[in-house]
Design a protein around this ligand. Structure first.
Ligand code: NAP
Ligand code: G4F
Length: 337
């Protein structure tokens, strides 16, 4: 049997883990690209390292030669680009690096596909951050982009250059426009992981306090395991295209905190407002406060996705509820003690 070959840029990240697991189950040979790091970058994917259908290569999206050489030697059927400097807040501190990876890195992959083999299918990991400051109460593939960060701006370039290469060179190049998706494997400095990890530790006497930024932005949160299935389906279509992937439901950061507290049976009482807002526990101890260092120079206040195109064409919809996602994240955190 001839197995399909996939390259995953960003294999060591949250989605890299879930997509690798998904493709290995589908009998793919997966070639994951890791970059050099001073610590072990393969913690999430350690369970795949000894599997014969999983190969790992050194590469970096800022190194065009590494991208070209890997694609030339692997001869993949499909390329999934999940690699990015993916933290919106950090992109304000490292804007040029963010643009080099998230924008120019994508162009480097597309150029390699154009020159090596135009039959390779390409997936680009786009984001709801591209909508940015929007008046639209629910965002679809037709909603205008108005990014509010170096991260969002670089992703808009990546989205549009992917469309350009699709149209100009007839390459099967598709964009996902994924809304926030989380899991136990989410990076530590994203707000859901930070909240779940901190509150679980506070409940068990292992941490004293959780300090957050803006409590009132709204996000549409799904589970990464559901979302990688959509990513796969996007590349299995007859025609390339762009797809919003979302749950269609949103809530504030504060509501996410309250849901998590309820799940772990931690009683919270909120007091104050603005930068002086805080929450106390049953004994009157302050366990949550706000610090302006976690605010961004610009905020995206409201994201809620309309995934009806994905439902119609990909036959995809989010299956895992936010409560079940939080429960899974809490159970994972408890096992880390
Ligand atoms: P993540 O956990 O931060 O993973 C990002 C991956 O990119 C990691 O493997 C990282 O490697 C790699 N990377 C960073 N810079 C690189 C470089 N210069 N060269 C090669 N690889 C590099 O992000 P994620 O949550 O899995 O998200 C996957 C993709 O979807 C990202 O492009 C993100 O922007 C996008 N996205 C995510 C969401 C979400 O809610 N999770 C929503 C929409 C779009 P290291 O492990 O070495 O850091
Ligand atoms: O968890 P966040 O850092 O995720 P954000 O900015 O929405 O970005 C994530 O989702 C995007 C899709 O829309 C992806 F493209 C991107 O790669 C990433 O995966 O922050 C969520 C919200 C923001 O409004 C932020 O200001 O939470 C607010 N927040 C409040 N306190 C905080 C904190 N965010 C972080 N990271 N840390 C805080 O302490």
């Amino acid at each position: 049997m001839i197995r399909k070959k996939a390259i995953i840029f960003g294999v060591t990240g949250q989605d890299g883990y879930y997509l690798t697991k998904f493709l290995l189950k589908k009998n793919y040979v997966v070639h994951g690209i890791k970059r050099r790091s001073s610590s072990v970058p393969t913690n999430r994917i350690s369970s795949f390292l000894n599997q014969k259908n999983f190969k790992i290569h050194y590469g970096d999206l800022t190194d065009t030669s590494s991208i070209y050489n890997i694609i030339k030697s692997v001869k993949p059927d499909e390329i999934y680009n999940l690699a990015a400097q993916s933290h919106v807040g950090v992109s304000f501190y490292t804007p040029i690096f963010t643009a080099n990876v998230n924008a120019i890195g994508v162009l480097s992959i597309l150029e390699a596909i154009r020159t090596i083999n135009k039959q390779i299918k390409f997936y680009q990991a786009g984001t709801s951050e591209m909508f940015g400051k929007t008046n639209s109460r629910i965002q679809s593939e037709k909603t205008i982009f108005n990014p509010q960060s170096p991260y969002g701006s670089a992703k808009v370039f990546a989205h549009q250059i992917t469309q350009n290469y699709r149209d100009a060179y007839n390459i099967f190049a598709s964009n996902g426009i994924l809304f926030n998706h989380e899991s136990p494997f989410r990076g530590d400095n994203f707000v859901t992981k930070k909240i779940v990890s901190s509150l679980t530790k506070i409940k068990n006497g292992k941490q004293k306090k959780l300090v957050l930024g803006n409590l009132y932005s709204r996000r549409d949160w799904g589970h990464a395991a559901d979302y990688v299935e959509a990513i796969y389906k996007i590349l299995q279509q007859k025609k390339p295209g762009d797809f919003v992937i979302a749950t269609g439901r949103e809530c504030t950061i504060k509501e996410f905190v309250n849901k998590t507290a309820k799940i772990i049976n931690l009683k919270l009482k909120w007091k104050g407002s603005g930068l002086n807002e805080f929450a106390i526990d049953q004994s009157g101890r302050t366990i949550i406060s706000v610090d302006k260092k976690y605010f961004r120079p610009l905020e995206v206040d409201y994201l809620r996705g309309d995934a009806s195109k994905a439902k119609r064409i990909l036959k995809w919809k989010a299956k895992i509820s936010l409560d079940d996602l939080i429960k899974e994240m809490v159970n994972y955190e408890k096992k880390q003690f």
